[in-house]
Design a protein around this ligand. Structure first.
Ligand code: NAP
Length: 276
């Protein structure tokens, strides 16, 4: 099965493993699902919209991967538990959880509505906790497992009009470190990846600031002069791709990740260090 940049990994590296990828039907999540399936993992794609999870499932099936899909809102803790039980009963194991689902948009903190705050924090932070807690008994019973959560870098220095997402992802970082220590005796490795700017459709929509906000629209600038923008603002001179993040997930899911837990890997071409 073809996938971007898979050449460093053996084709059957993850054969026999089962992974649950939240938000695995679009953007970065789709890149993760495709790479893991190309390495032999059975991938379960979980999100809210069939146009994401079913379309992605069909695409991976057509490419020869082993994949299934399921409707899931990570805010619904009972549904999260039911999905995890179903995966575990169907496949007899669950080796990897990727907490990739997120919601986001620009909004001034002074007028951010309680519902808007709640929606983002519940998807990004609560969803990560609900899914991690649900897989714990399955991974414990089978002698171990891996959890990889999507974080970000915007909270390292602050990012105006992103109070909800930056607060939630800071919470994801804290959760990663705490669960890593708490669940190490069960051999559950818990790590996170903080991607730099990757112009997925979802992020282009969400990160387009209001025209009158005075905040630079990074992706509009990129459309107009893609190469110049990346060379000015991203030390490694290009935008990220879903495959860049997927490679790190595959590494962490592989035996190479055996002694790695509680780490947050920045994969951003150096963007946050150089951010002005
Ligand atoms: P995206 O294009 O917005 O995709 C988000 C995914 O999450 C979608 O597949 C969506 O599917 C799913 N989702 C949203 N709400 C959900 C819910 N309540 N329950 C289950 N699934 C839900 O995002 P992305 O750009 O690929 O980013 C992926 C991850 O990387 C996110 O955690 C994001 O915060 C992080 N990240 C991205 C960037 C970037 O530049 N792209 C930078 C830093 C961090 P449905 O609509 O079908 O539910």
């Amino acid at each position: 099965m073809a996938s971007d940049n898979t050449s460093i990994f053996r084709d059957d590296l993850l054969r026999g493993q089962v992974g649950l990828i939240t938000g695995g039907g679009s953007g970065i999540g789709l890149g993760i699902s495709e790479l893991l399936a190309s390495l032999g993992m059975h991938v379960v794609i979980a999100s809210r919209k069939p146009e994401h999870f079913d379309t992605a499932r069909d695409r991976i099936l057509a490419a020869g991967g082993s994949v299934s899909s399921v409707a899931l809102d990570v805010r619904d803790v009972e549904r999260v538990r039911a999905v995890v039980d179903d995966v575990s009963n169907t496949h007899g194991r669950l080796d990897l959880l990727v907490n990739n689902a997120a919601g986001n948009f620009y909004a001034p903190s002074a007028t951010l509505s309680p519902n808007a705050w709640k929606a983002v924090v519940e998807i990004d932070l609560y969803g990560t906790f609900h899914c991690s807690q649900a897989v714990y008994p399955v991974m414990k019973a089978q002698g171990g497992g891996r959890i990889v959560s999507a974080s970000m870098t915007l909270h390292y220095r602050g990012w105006p009009q992103m109070a909800h997402a930056t607060a939630a992802k800071a919470g994801v970082d804290a959760l990663t470190r705490t669960l890593a220590v708490e669940w190490a005796p069960e051999r559950i490795r818990v790590n996170a990846i903080a991607p730099g700017p990757i112009p997925t459709e979802g992020v282009r929509k969400a990160f387009t600031p209001p025209a009158d906000s005075g905040i630079p629209d990074r992706f509009a600038a990129a459309d107009a002069r893609m190469d110049a923008y990346a060379q000015e603002r991203i030390p490694l001179g290009r935008w990220g791709t879903p495959a860049d993040i997927a490679q790190m997930v595959a590494y962490l899911a592989s035996p190479a990740g055996d002694w790695i837990t509680g780490s947050i890997f920045v994969v951003d071409g150096g963007e946050w260090l150089a951010r002005q």
